[in-house]
Design a protein around this ligand. Structure first.
Ligand code: SR1
Ligand code: MG
Length: 407
């Protein structure tokens, strides 16, 4: 499995030459730039440009976790999963995912659209940038791809077949361990500043939260609703805005954790990362940016809900699957989304694979931001059972972040 050649700046021109599908995209004999830009935890990502300014991206899965090294082997077959999911998602929302040119199953390479005129959303948020409309676009992406791949979009037989085809046990286990277990059962992979130890211990002693996280883990492991992205944080979204900050393109990428799982898991991941971004802007006193961020959870939810409702009349079978049932399902997704957000918030603060939003803050700022995210998760896990209004929950998060601020 690991016996394949890794991409390097030296062998990429030859690789492109040997793949005629790339010849109309980029001129392999006149390359001016080959840059490795992978900032995720797992893969190599190269942006390649020719002298006419045309570009292509080659993404290759390594046989181990890049973040940790060869001591943590991982099947590169995750590249196939990302390719197949991006292709399936493109059928529902072509404008909201990158264009894939081809997949090389011998070397686990995806050749895709060069999006170097976009930014990874996490980096843009960290820099205090505005992309007005991207939150709604992410909601639209989720509604369209999750409807299309659900029982409502596929119908009975195709859904059953797809659940089996898209099985992804190795990557799912990572999420089950890192997101739903280790923050509450610490082992060697957790870490935080010494000043945050009481905050980390507090969640392990929060028996109510542990029970709710247990229910959510069970949901994650058993509820094969739709072909979810599986890791939809702000580092899995590329954004592009015009000079006024109006978003003109939003693309969800990096769906290697994808499988048939709960719809609310993706929504929760998005919301969690908005709250983490808010923690950064609170720490840095960026009030205008904070105002922008505070509206994002509601924008994404509202867009998800309205787009999903718009697709509902097209469901394959309307017997029993009534409009009343849709209301029930949507309400469950809202409660569960907030629950999944809590799990995601805790894992990014105490578990392996953190976020630059928090980690690039100076330690004296980071203490309060990390504490605020953990305390917010403890609040949300309870509040969502009393009041599911996303704006209300976000206001409560803001109050906690202001209170825990350390500088
Ligand atoms: C070992 S992989 C660690 C994390 O990186 C990805 O972004 C996922 O979030 C995963 O949990
Ligand atoms: Mg990723």
């Amino acid at each position: 499995m690991s016996d394949y050649e890794f991409l390097t700046p030296e062998n990429i021109p030859g690789y492109l030459k040997a793949h005629p599908q790339t010849h109309s995209i980029v001129d392999h004999s006149n390359l001016v730039e080959i840059q490795e830009v992978g900032d995720g935890n797992l893969n190599l990502v190269f942006i390649i440009k020719d002298n006419a300014g045309d570009g292509i991206v080659l993404k290759q899965a390594l046989p181990y976790v890049r973040l940790v090294g060869p001591s943590w082997p991982m099947s590169p077959d995750r590249a196939r999963i990302e390719y197949e999911t991006t292709t399936a998602h493109a059928q529902a929302a072509a404008d909201l995912v990158p264009l894939i040119y081809f997949y090389d199953n011998a070397r686990y390479i995806i050749a895709m659209e060069d999006l170097s005129d976009h930014r990874v959303w996490r980096g843009a948020l960290n820099d205090g940038q505005f992309h007005h409309g991207s939150a709604a676009a992410v909601g639209e992406y989720m509604a369209k791809v999750l409807f299309k791949t659900s029982i409502f979009g596929l119908g009975q037989a195709a859904h059953k077949f797809e659940v089996a085809r898209a099985i992804n046990p190795e990557m799912s286990l990572i999420t089950e361990d890192l997101v739903f277990t280790e923050p509450w059962y610490p082992g060697d992979r957790n870490s935080y500043l010494p000043e945050n130890e009481p905050d980390a211990i507090a969640i392990t002693k929060d028996e109510f939260m542990k029970l709710e996280i247990g229910k959510l883990k069970y949901e994650f492991m058993t509820n094969a609703e739709a072909l979810i992205h599986g890791d939809l944080h702000s580092g899995s979204v590329m954004v592009k805005a015009d000079e006024s900050g109006k978003s003109i393109s939003t693309k969800a990428f990096d769906s290697e954790f994808s499988f048939y799982g709960p719809v609310a898991f993706d929504i929760g991941a998005v919301i969690a990362n908005y709250y983490i971004a808010m923690a950064r802007s609170v720490a840095l006193n960026r009030n205008e940016h904070l105002e922008y961020l505070t509206d994002l959870p509601t924008q994404t939810w509202n867009s998800f809900e309205s787009n999903f409702r718009a697709l509902w009349p097209t469901r394959k079978d309307s017997r029993i699957f009534s409009d009343e049932l849709l209301d029930v399902i949507i309400m469950k997704w809202k409660v569960d989304s907030l629950g999944f957000a809590c799990a995601k918030m805790c894992r990014r603060i105490v578990g392996l694979a953190k976020t630059t939003d928090i980690e690039t803050l100076a330690p004296n700022y980071r203490i309060g931001a990390a504490r605020g995210v953990l305390q917010s998760a403890q609040m949300i896990i309870r509040e969502r059972l009393k009041n599911t209004d996303i704006s209300h929950v976000t206001e409560q998060v803001l109050l906690i972040l202001a209170k825990t601020k350390t500088v």
